[in-house]
Design a protein around this ligand. Structure first.
Ligand SMILES: [Zn+2]
Length: 228
């Protein structure tokens, strides 16, 4: 009986996450990877959800794969820094780089956090330019550190994102000083639980004009419970 209950609640969590991903117009392969649901079940969810008139588009084909997208302009770099800060704060990013992040990162618990982070990004950014699929790509790229890396400003503590093969030292978008590469560090879980976005929308922090989510938010404050 207990086993059945556990299985039921696990399945419920997968379905809940799948519906959130559908609302964010995630691709089928993304939903499959993060929920573990079969294509058939995802198709059925789409059918029942989209036929209910939710106005959700279904995207097919491959998910985005280009790191340059995030570096192409100053406004996009600000958006990227904001989202990276929020991903870090919500514990989506691991404590240490993952060599095979595309395979290891996805999961139901982290998928919920990813949705929380993306919804926060949409709420606190004036004109959000990053789609959910690009947010998944960014989280995966930052987790592996091969294509994009999290940097921190030593002067104002703002977070930035940089391409590791770029020749120029990245600048802090807040103060213009050079950014330094942030090595992921294991850290104890925060004494105060991270705010639950859905339970308390007012708890969402403000993002400053730099796009970074404030000085005390970073990879060193990721809750240890979600490490690799
Ligand atoms: Zn700075």
């Amino acid at each position: 009986m207990r086993l059945t209950d556990d299985r039921y609640s696990r399945d419920r969590l997968r379905l809940d996450l799948a519906l959130r991903l559908i609302q964010h117009e995630a691709r089928t392969q993304t939903i499959r990877r993060w929920t573990g649901l079969t294509d058939d079940r995802i198709r059925k969810l789409y059918r029942s959800y989209v036929s209910a008139g939710a106005g959700v588009r279904r995207h097919r084909g491959k998910s985005p794969r280009q790191a340059e997208f995030f570096m192409r302009s100053r406004p996009m770099q600000r958006d990227t820094s904001a989202l990276a800060s929020i991903l870090s704060m919500f514990g989506v990013l691991p404590q240490a780089p993952m060599a095979d992040a595309a395979r290891i990162l996805p999961g139901v618990a982290r998928g919920e956090l990813l949705c929380d982070a993306f919804e926060t990004y949409q709420r606190v950014t004036p004109r959000p330019q990053i789609t959910f699929e690009h947010a998944v790509y960014l989280a995966t790229a930052l987790a592996s550190g091969a294509e994009l890396q999290v940097h921190r400003c030593r002067h104002c503590e703002g977070l930035g994102v940089a391409d590791p093969i770029a020749l120029r030292t990245p600048e802090c978008l807040a103060c213009g000083r050079p950014l330094r590469l942030t090595a992921y560090r294991a850290a104890p879980a925060p004494a105060v639980p991270l705010p639950s976005l859905r339970a308390n929308p007012a708890a969402v922090p403000r993002v400053g004009r730099t796009g970074a989510a404030g000085p005390k938010v970073g990879a060193d404050r990721i809750p240890s419970s979600l490490g690799p």
